[in-house]
Write a protein of this length. Structure first.
Length: 265
């Protein structure tokens, strides 16, 4: 039964009522016990979602841009992190700047044991497994259809975004998506390149018409890898952010979803 594992979240103030031509009004949905994310189960509160969905006004039959975000590390015990706490900082505000029908997904990562210098870490093995990204997208689309009666979810563009330690999940997922033959159209990395950016560069070089935004804190650890990306990919947008590391997705996410070349301020 849908009520046993899913619950509607309060509608965010940023989302306005759907216009008359829209079949589905903007909304959010929290899912628990999503089979595609079984590998990420770590316990925690019984009502802690493993996947949160958000959408803007969806016209009848229109293909949707799908946006999946890899959240950052937790401040404390990662096993105790409630995914709902990560949503406000994920940069998934689908406000009136975004005119395309858009469906956003925030999956919970698998918590790992903290190590010195790496408090609150996560990884995303379910998404980096063969067929894993498609399985999570399909699970979200099925939940949207069940909750709204909209019908099957056809995808227009696929956008992956990541913040901080979520970049590891992003890089692993990009390589597997290529092996699966799944096209990723756009990537936004918010101070998220703490490891070799080669998978990101490979993705861009094999994707005609790609769009890539890499933001970093000046003088931070990500500046070196970000400049590696800039040197390898002249078509990428690589830029220092005026926001702090923690604030970056919330400060720029909605603006960049609407237009990846929009000024940061």
């Amino acid at each position: 039964m849908i009520a046993s594992r899913r619950g509607l979240l309060a509608a965010p103030a940023l989302l306005l009522a759907a216009p008359a031509w829209a079949q589905v009004a903007p909304g959010e949905l929290a899912l628990r016990d999503t089979p595609a994310l079984d590998r990420h189960k770590t316990g925690g509160a019984h009502d802690n979602p493993d996947l949160i969905l958000r959408w803007n006004a969806l016209p009848d039959g229109a293909p949707l841009d799908m946006v999946l975000h890899f959240h950052g590390f937790a401040d404390g015990d990662p096993a105790a992190m409630d995914l709902r706490e990560a949503l406000p900082d994920a940069g998934l505000e689908l406000d009136t700047r975004l005119t395309r029908p858009t469906f956003a997904l925030l999956p919970r990562g698998r918590s790992l044991a903290p190590r010195p210098g790496r408090p609150g870490p996560f990884d995303w093995p379910a998404l980096a497994a063969p067929g894993g990204l498609s399985a999570v997208l399909d699970a979200g689309g099925a939940a949207l259809a069940e909750a709204t009666g909209r019908g099957p979810t056809a995808r227009a563009r696929l956008i992956l975004t990541a913040h901080s330690g979520g970049g590891g999940g992003l890089l692993a997922t990009l390589d597997q998506a290529a092996r699966d033959g799944l096209r990723v159209d756009r990537v936004h990395a918010f101070d998220a390149l703490y490891r070799d950016p080669a998978p990101l560069i490979r993705w861009a070089r094999r994707t005609p018409g790609f769009a890539l935004v890499v933001l970093f804190v000046p003088g931070g650890r990500n500046e070196v890898t970000a400049r590696e990306v800039a040197a390898a990919l002249p078509g990428a947008r690589v830029e220092a952010s005026p926001a702090t590391h923690a604030e970056m997705p919330g400060a720029h996410g909605a603006r960049l979803l609407a237009d990846p070349m929009a000024p940061l301020r």
